[in-house]
Design a protein around this ligand. Structure first.
Ligand code: AMP
Length: 209
Protein backbone atom coordinates (compact mmCIF):
# COMPACT_ATOMS: atom_id res chain seq x y z
CA UNK A 1 0.00 0.00 0.00
CA UNK A 2 1.53 3.25 -1.08
CA UNK A 3 0.23 6.77 -0.67
CA UNK A 4 0.70 10.00 1.25
CA UNK A 5 0.04 10.21 5.00
CA UNK A 6 -3.73 10.22 5.55
CA UNK A 7 -4.53 8.40 2.29
CA UNK A 8 -6.00 5.46 4.23
CA UNK A 9 -3.23 2.89 3.72
CA UNK A 10 -3.60 1.49 7.22
CA UNK A 11 -7.40 1.32 7.00
CA UNK A 12 -7.30 -0.44 3.63
CA UNK A 13 -4.48 -2.79 4.69
CA UNK A 14 -6.53 -3.81 7.74
CA UNK A 15 -9.59 -4.51 5.56
CA UNK A 16 -7.46 -6.55 3.13
CA UNK A 17 -6.06 -8.50 6.09
CA UNK A 18 -9.60 -9.25 7.29
CA UNK A 19 -10.78 -10.32 3.82
CA UNK A 20 -7.74 -12.34 2.72
CA UNK A 21 -6.16 -13.44 6.01
CA UNK A 22 -2.58 -12.51 5.12
CA UNK A 23 -0.57 -10.48 7.66
CA UNK A 24 -0.72 -6.69 7.68
CA UNK A 25 2.84 -5.44 8.10
CA UNK A 26 3.02 -1.74 8.95
CA UNK A 27 6.46 -0.25 9.55
CA UNK A 28 4.80 2.76 11.26
CA UNK A 29 3.02 0.40 13.71
CA UNK A 30 6.26 -1.55 14.30
CA UNK A 31 8.18 1.64 15.04
CA UNK A 32 5.45 2.98 17.38
CA UNK A 33 5.42 -0.37 19.19
CA UNK A 34 9.21 -0.14 19.60
CA UNK A 35 8.72 3.35 21.06
CA UNK A 36 6.13 2.09 23.55
CA UNK A 37 8.49 -0.72 24.63
CA UNK A 38 11.19 1.86 25.24
CA UNK A 39 13.71 -0.16 23.23
CA UNK A 40 16.84 1.46 21.84
CA UNK A 41 15.35 1.21 18.35
CA UNK A 42 12.20 2.95 19.59
CA UNK A 43 14.16 5.77 21.21
CA UNK A 44 16.16 6.26 18.02
CA UNK A 45 13.02 6.21 15.82
CA UNK A 46 11.13 8.65 18.04
CA UNK A 47 13.29 11.62 17.01
CA UNK A 48 12.50 11.10 13.34
CA UNK A 49 8.82 10.28 13.73
CA UNK A 50 8.11 13.29 15.96
CA UNK A 51 9.83 15.55 13.42
CA UNK A 52 7.84 14.08 10.50
CA UNK A 53 11.01 12.71 8.91
CA UNK A 54 11.82 9.24 7.65
CA UNK A 55 13.60 6.79 9.92
CA UNK A 56 16.91 5.77 8.25
CA UNK A 57 16.57 3.19 5.49
CA UNK A 58 18.83 0.59 7.14
CA UNK A 59 16.67 0.54 10.28
CA UNK A 60 13.35 -0.08 8.51
CA UNK A 61 14.84 -2.45 5.93
CA UNK A 62 16.22 -4.57 8.80
CA UNK A 63 12.82 -4.59 10.55
CA UNK A 64 10.99 -5.69 7.39
CA UNK A 65 13.59 -8.36 6.58
CA UNK A 66 13.13 -9.95 10.02
CA UNK A 67 9.33 -9.69 9.83
CA UNK A 68 9.07 -11.25 6.35
CA UNK A 69 11.13 -14.22 7.56
CA UNK A 70 8.35 -15.24 9.96
CA UNK A 71 6.35 -18.25 8.75
CA UNK A 72 3.00 -16.42 8.62
CA UNK A 73 4.37 -14.20 5.82
CA UNK A 74 5.34 -17.14 3.58
CA UNK A 75 1.98 -17.36 1.71
CA UNK A 76 1.75 -13.58 1.26
CA UNK A 77 1.53 -10.30 3.12
CA UNK A 78 0.38 -6.69 2.88
CA UNK A 79 3.05 -4.05 3.34
CA UNK A 80 1.74 -0.73 4.64
CA UNK A 81 4.06 2.29 4.68
CA UNK A 82 7.04 0.41 3.24
CA UNK A 83 8.89 1.02 0.95
CA UNK A 84 9.01 4.80 1.34
CA UNK A 85 12.20 5.51 -0.62
CA UNK A 86 13.52 4.16 -3.92
CA UNK A 87 16.41 2.57 -1.99
CA UNK A 88 13.92 0.72 0.26
CA UNK A 89 12.02 -0.43 -2.86
CA UNK A 90 15.20 -1.80 -4.44
CA UNK A 91 16.17 -3.56 -1.21
CA UNK A 92 12.67 -5.04 -0.99
CA UNK A 93 13.02 -6.41 -4.54
CA UNK A 94 16.32 -8.07 -3.50
CA UNK A 95 14.85 -9.40 -0.23
CA UNK A 96 11.92 -11.00 -2.07
CA UNK A 97 14.13 -12.40 -4.85
CA UNK A 98 16.29 -14.11 -2.18
CA UNK A 99 13.14 -15.82 -0.87
CA UNK A 100 11.81 -16.73 -4.30
CA UNK A 101 8.92 -14.29 -3.82
CA UNK A 102 7.89 -11.23 -5.82
CA UNK A 103 5.69 -8.23 -5.37
CA UNK A 104 2.36 -8.83 -7.07
CA UNK A 105 0.81 -5.39 -6.77
CA UNK A 106 1.64 -1.89 -5.55
CA UNK A 107 -1.65 -0.24 -4.67
CA UNK A 108 -1.28 3.53 -4.83
CA UNK A 109 -4.07 5.43 -3.05
CA UNK A 110 -4.63 8.89 -4.48
CA UNK A 111 -6.22 11.65 -2.33
CA UNK A 112 -6.15 15.46 -2.84
CA UNK A 113 -3.80 17.30 -0.45
CA UNK A 114 -6.42 19.49 1.29
CA UNK A 115 -8.40 16.34 2.12
CA UNK A 116 -5.25 14.70 3.57
CA UNK A 117 -4.69 17.62 5.93
CA UNK A 118 -8.34 17.54 7.09
CA UNK A 119 -8.12 13.81 7.76
CA UNK A 120 -4.79 13.91 9.62
CA UNK A 121 -5.45 16.99 11.73
CA UNK A 122 -8.71 15.52 13.11
CA UNK A 123 -7.48 11.93 13.48
CA UNK A 124 -7.47 10.38 16.95
CA UNK A 125 -6.15 6.97 18.02
CA UNK A 126 -7.09 4.91 21.08
CA UNK A 127 -4.16 4.51 23.49
CA UNK A 128 -5.45 1.09 24.56
CA UNK A 129 -6.73 -0.72 21.45
CA UNK A 130 -5.40 1.36 18.53
CA UNK A 131 -8.88 2.02 17.05
CA UNK A 132 -9.16 5.18 14.96
CA UNK A 133 -11.66 8.02 15.24
CA UNK A 134 -11.99 11.45 13.68
CA UNK A 135 -13.31 14.54 15.44
CA UNK A 136 -15.46 15.51 12.42
CA UNK A 137 -15.82 12.50 10.08
CA UNK A 138 -16.15 9.74 12.69
CA UNK A 139 -16.68 11.35 16.11
CA UNK A 140 -16.81 9.12 19.20
CA UNK A 141 -20.06 9.04 21.24
CA UNK A 142 -18.20 10.71 24.14
CA UNK A 143 -15.44 13.14 23.12
CA UNK A 144 -11.98 11.74 23.86
CA UNK A 145 -13.27 8.23 24.65
CA UNK A 146 -12.87 5.19 22.37
CA UNK A 147 -16.23 3.74 21.23
CA UNK A 148 -14.74 0.26 21.01
CA UNK A 149 -13.03 -0.19 24.38
CA UNK A 150 -13.61 2.97 26.46
CA UNK A 151 -9.89 3.82 26.30
CA UNK A 152 -8.48 7.31 25.95
CA UNK A 153 -8.32 8.81 22.45
CA UNK A 154 -5.16 10.77 21.69
CA UNK A 155 -3.63 12.62 18.77
CA UNK A 156 -0.54 11.01 17.24
CA UNK A 157 2.40 13.31 17.95
CA UNK A 158 3.12 13.51 14.21
CA UNK A 159 -0.49 14.51 13.39
CA UNK A 160 0.10 18.11 14.54
CA UNK A 161 -0.22 20.67 11.78
CA UNK A 162 3.44 21.66 11.25
CA UNK A 163 4.53 18.00 11.32
CA UNK A 164 1.77 17.07 8.85
CA UNK A 165 3.16 19.64 6.42
CA UNK A 166 6.68 18.24 6.82
CA UNK A 167 5.41 14.66 6.23
CA UNK A 168 3.65 15.74 3.03
CA UNK A 169 6.87 17.37 1.79
CA UNK A 170 8.87 14.25 2.64
CA UNK A 171 6.28 12.17 0.79
CA UNK A 172 6.56 14.31 -2.36
CA UNK A 173 10.36 14.23 -2.32
CA UNK A 174 11.18 10.73 -1.12
CA UNK A 175 8.17 8.48 -1.61
CA UNK A 176 6.41 9.70 -4.76
CA UNK A 177 9.36 8.42 -6.90
CA UNK A 178 8.63 4.91 -5.57
CA UNK A 179 5.38 5.02 -7.59
CA UNK A 180 7.42 5.36 -10.80
CA UNK A 181 9.57 2.41 -9.71
CA UNK A 182 6.45 0.22 -9.56
CA UNK A 183 4.99 1.69 -12.74
CA UNK A 184 8.15 0.57 -14.52
CA UNK A 185 7.75 -2.91 -13.01
CA UNK A 186 4.13 -2.97 -14.30
CA UNK A 187 2.68 -3.76 -10.86
CA UNK A 188 1.18 -0.36 -10.09
CA UNK A 189 -2.58 -0.18 -9.36
CA UNK A 190 -3.75 3.40 -8.86
CA UNK A 191 -6.96 3.81 -6.85
CA UNK A 192 -8.95 6.91 -5.91
CA UNK A 193 -8.91 7.13 -2.09
CA UNK A 194 -11.97 9.35 -1.65
CA UNK A 195 -15.34 8.15 -0.33
CA UNK A 196 -16.09 5.85 2.59
CA UNK A 197 -13.48 3.25 3.61
CA UNK A 198 -15.82 0.55 2.25
CA UNK A 199 -16.14 2.29 -1.13
CA UNK A 200 -12.37 2.64 -1.40
CA UNK A 201 -11.96 -1.00 -0.34
CA UNK A 202 -14.21 -2.25 -3.15
CA UNK A 203 -12.09 -0.23 -5.62
CA UNK A 204 -8.86 -1.63 -4.15
CA UNK A 205 -10.13 -5.20 -4.38
CA UNK A 206 -11.31 -4.61 -7.98
CA UNK A 207 -7.89 -3.14 -8.88
CA UNK A 208 -6.24 -6.30 -7.52
CA UNK A 209 -8.40 -8.42 -9.83
P1 AMP B 1 3.00 5.75 9.30
O1 AMP B 1 2.28 5.18 10.46
O2 AMP B 1 3.13 4.77 8.16
O3 AMP B 1 2.45 7.08 8.86
O4 AMP B 1 4.50 6.05 9.78
C1 AMP B 1 4.77 6.97 10.82
C2 AMP B 1 6.21 7.41 10.79
O5 AMP B 1 7.08 6.28 10.97
C3 AMP B 1 6.68 8.04 9.47
O6 AMP B 1 6.35 9.41 9.37
C4 AMP B 1 8.19 7.80 9.57
O7 AMP B 1 8.80 8.70 10.47
C5 AMP B 1 8.26 6.41 10.19
N1 AMP B 1 8.22 5.36 9.12
C6 AMP B 1 7.25 4.45 8.89
N2 AMP B 1 7.55 3.67 7.83
C7 AMP B 1 8.77 4.10 7.39
C8 AMP B 1 9.61 3.73 6.31
N3 AMP B 1 9.28 2.74 5.47
N4 AMP B 1 10.78 4.41 6.15
C9 AMP B 1 11.13 5.40 7.00
N5 AMP B 1 10.38 5.81 8.01
C10 AMP B 1 9.20 5.19 8.22
Amino acid sequence: MIGPPGAGKGTQAKLLHERFGVPHISTGDMLREAQRNGSLLGQEAKRYIAAGRLVPDDVVIGLVDVRLARPDAAPGFILDGFPRTVHQAEELDRMLARRGQRLRAAVSIVVPEDELVRRLAGRRVCRSCGAMAHVVFDPPATPGVCDRCGGELEQREDDREDTIRRRLEVYAQETAPVIDHYRRMSVLRETAGVGTPEEVFERVVASLG
